[in-house]
Design a protein around this ligand. Structure first.
Ligand code: SF4
Ligand code: SF4
Ligand code: SF4
Length: 199
């Protein structure tokens, strides 16, 4: 027999659903940590790899090697509005490598081949040095090692590349293991909307 649910049955069902939703929300909140405190962010003004004036020092690769995620949650980002679209980008080419037949450095700087170079705009096929180039970072390959960031600094570069925590990858650890070791104290938990938060 197919009895119609009473109003009491409907209300009981609704109350149970609401309670389950509440528990689910609480579990998600506990798993992610407190959103009120924001997310881990990297201040590129402090990071040695992008800090102006930090020249002739070794690249710091701790963002790549200390994150609890295998490939790290940190990526290099090229801010195109600042990029000079150079013919010989010191972040793309290893400018210390031998010069090839085309007059370009023969080696790339990125150890993971994570930067693509392509001419943009009206392309002059006869004179490659007459073109502008876009340098695109492949987030599937980049591990935030910081080498390109260190190389794209004045006077050779224009500081258009920086490191950034990708919040779609970051586990929002209670204590970020990179923040613990960062020699420049460049990591801080800040609310979304403050400097450097994307993703
Ligand atoms: S650990 Fe600190 S100094 Fe080193 S690359 Fe990361 S943010 Fe920069
Ligand atoms: S941060 Fe390292 S892995 Fe990423 S693009 Fe730059 S050099 Fe390549
Ligand atoms: S909070 Fe965790 S996952 Fe995110 S950057 Fe730090 S160590 Fe990596």
């Amino acid at each position: 027999m197919n009895e119609k649910p009473t109003r009491r049955d409907v209300l009981k069902h609704a109350a149970r659903g609401t309670a389950l939703l509440g528990l689910g929300g609480l579990a998600w909140h506990l798993a992610r940590g407190s959103d009120v405190e924001g997310a881990w962010q990297l201040d590129c003004q402090k990071c040695v790899n992008s800090r102006l004036g930090a020249l002739g020092v070794d690249v710091c690769e701790l963002c790549a090697t200390t994150c609890v995620i295998g490939l790290s949650a940190v990526r290099a980002v090229n801010e195109y509005s600042k990029c000079g679209r150079c013919y010989i980008c010191p972040a793309y080419f290893d400018v210390k490598s031998a010069i090839d037949a085309e007059g370009l450095p023969s080696q790339k700087l990125c150890p993971r081949d994570a930067i693509e170079r392509k001419p943009i705009g009206e392309v002059d096929e006869d004179d490659p040095a007459n073109n502008f180039y876009e340098y695109i970072i492949d987030e599937e390959r980049c591990n935030g090692c910081g080498r390109c960031v260190m190389a794209c600094k004045e006077p050779a570069g224009l500081t258009s590349i920086r490191l950034e925590v990708r919040h779609n990858l970051c586990l929002d650890c209670n204590r970020c293991s990179i923040a613990i070791v960062c020699p420049d104290e460049a990591y801080d938990r800040k609310p979304f909307g403050e400097q450097g938060v994307t993703g």
